[in-house]
Design a protein around this ligand. Structure first.
Ligand SMILES: [Zn+2]
Length: 270
């Protein structure tokens, strides 16, 4: 560990690696003699067990799905958790089987969002003893974000549009609810014009049409574009195809693949 710096691994030259310039390997610490307790074990409180259903976007009697607290760099980052305080190796056969079903279902739901090319599924479990699987959506066409550095990019890129993010959370929740459970996440409230403003517009003022509703500048807005189907409700979920877990979530113009920061415990995803 002394002397000249060790050569960097090859992956630092890959285009998917988020950093460039003069990098240096961190010294590897000596192994600890015991594993420090994670959240939710050895008397440590478990934030997952303490969280109410309202903190999730969808729940049923055995599983809960939540998003991050705010938009981050990837179009969608979701976590699948057991309702009970169990780790992966603790799952009953029933829960283990359901984990597979839920993983596939959630992957399909997220991948069906506009602008999402791929969904990466990860489980680490170093920070919290309560089982939680990560689902990271990679933006369509963003091939530089391919592979295992995707979680880093989630913290590097600027946050995605919040209205769009809220709408997508609601779409995923509605998709899951088609198979049971309860959708918790609600779509964003649309800032329609007040009646007085409509009257003004009818009188010729405000030739700009929806005027201040331009807050919906990400293409997720007014229903004329049909994202909500015949109901005109841009937030209306489209049930999965009758053949099973379908492939169509309401379409919407792909837009920025934007991207950002947020809080993260235990020095990274754990
Ligand atoms: Zn727990």
């Amino acid at each position: 560990m002394n002397g000249s710096p060790r050569p960097l691994p090859e992956f630092t030259t890959w285009p998917t690696f988020p950093f460039e310039g003069n990098l240096r390997l961190r010294e590897l610490a000596e192994p600890e003699t015991f594993e420090p307790p994670r959240e939710g074990e050895d008397g440590q409180p478990c934030p997952s067990c303490e969280a109410p259903d309202g903190a999730y976007i969808w729940v049923n009697e055995r599983w809960r799905v939540k998003s991050l607290d705010r938009p981050s760099g990837l179009p969608m980052v979701l976590l699948l958790e057991t309702r009970s305080h169990l780790d992966l190796g603790d799952l009953t056969n029933l829960l283990a089987a359901e984990l597979g079903v839920m993983t596939v279902r959630l992957e399909k739901a997220i991948r069906s969002l506009d602008g999402v090319a791929r969904v990466h599924v990860n489980r680490w479990g170093d920070g919290r003893a309560h089982l939680h699987l990560w689902f990271f959506a990679r933006p369509y066409g963003q091939t530089q974000l391919r592979g295992s550095f995707l979680p880093m990019w989630n913290d590097i890129l600027p946050p995605v549009d919040e209205l769009r993010w809220q709408e997508d959370r609601a779409l995923v929740a509605a998709w899951l609810a088609e198979f049971g459970g309860e959708a918790i996440a609600e779509p964003p409230r649309i800032q329609w014009l007040a009646p007085s403003r409509l009257e003004e517009r009818d009188g010729g003022a405000d030739p700009g049409g929806y005027g201040s509703a331009s807050a919906l500048d990400d293409g997720s807005g007014p229903p004329a574009s049909g994202s909500g189907g015949e109901t005109g409700d841009p937030t209306a979920p489209v049930p999965p195809a009758s053949t099973g877990e379908g492939s169509a979530v309401p379409s919407r113009p792909a837009d920025s693949t934007g991207t950002g920061g947020r809080e993260e415990p235990v020095g990274g995803r754990a």
